[in-house]
Design a protein around this ligand. Sequence first.
Ligand SMILES: [Zn+2]
Length: 250
Amino acid sequence: MLTKDQAICIRVVDYSETSQVVTFFTRSSGKIGAIAKGSKRPKSSFDGPIEMLSRGRIVFAGSNREKLTTLTEFESSAGTAGPALLRKDLFNLNCCLLAAEILNSLTDEHDPHLKLFDSFGEFIENAENAESKSEMLALLVLFQLALLKEVGLGPILDHCINCKAIFDVRHPASQLYFSSSANGLICKNCESAFQDKFKLSKNAAAVLTNLRLLAETDDNTLAQIEKLLVYHFTELTGRRPKMAKHILVS
Ligand SMILES: [Zn+2]
């Protein structure tokens, strides 16, 4: 049986001289692994080798959850320059590759997330047009928070997860921490009860408790929030995302 779907390539490895193994995040079937036989031959039914983050319509065989399905068609969406456009800006490209890596590590095969598919598509489109580092980082932070929410891991950011106190980030003595095991923010009074925690700057705390501020936040604060999210993903998945070193300086 052949299945048609919309898909975005989130991982690709060479399988042989002429073939690739591709992980697609699809709209209706969730994540799937497929072998694209002959995709690296000059003439194939895939318009050449399949690239990371390319987007389009796929047809694949065997919807029964066997490990690897066979890709029979891939047609990239008309008008989406996708990877070619992103490659013009290495930082934007790396941010998209990090997002794809995290998406891959936090989703299961054949577990559809329609909303997440649409958010990921929008994220890539916005990344293609992001004109500054801060704009790109803000998009990345928002996408990662949306991803966590969609997979049922949305962190608590509006009150202390331990004592339930509502934060006043403007208070001079206010100091907030993020704990991965608690999956949210903790206040100064409660932080000693948590082994794993990430100390936040005033600005980062202000943004995390009020995400509307993201759009007007400086690079340093955004980088600190991204560092926090990388720490969180490392704790969640047991390994640091490989692409993180290309985005975070330290
Ligand atoms: Zn507390």
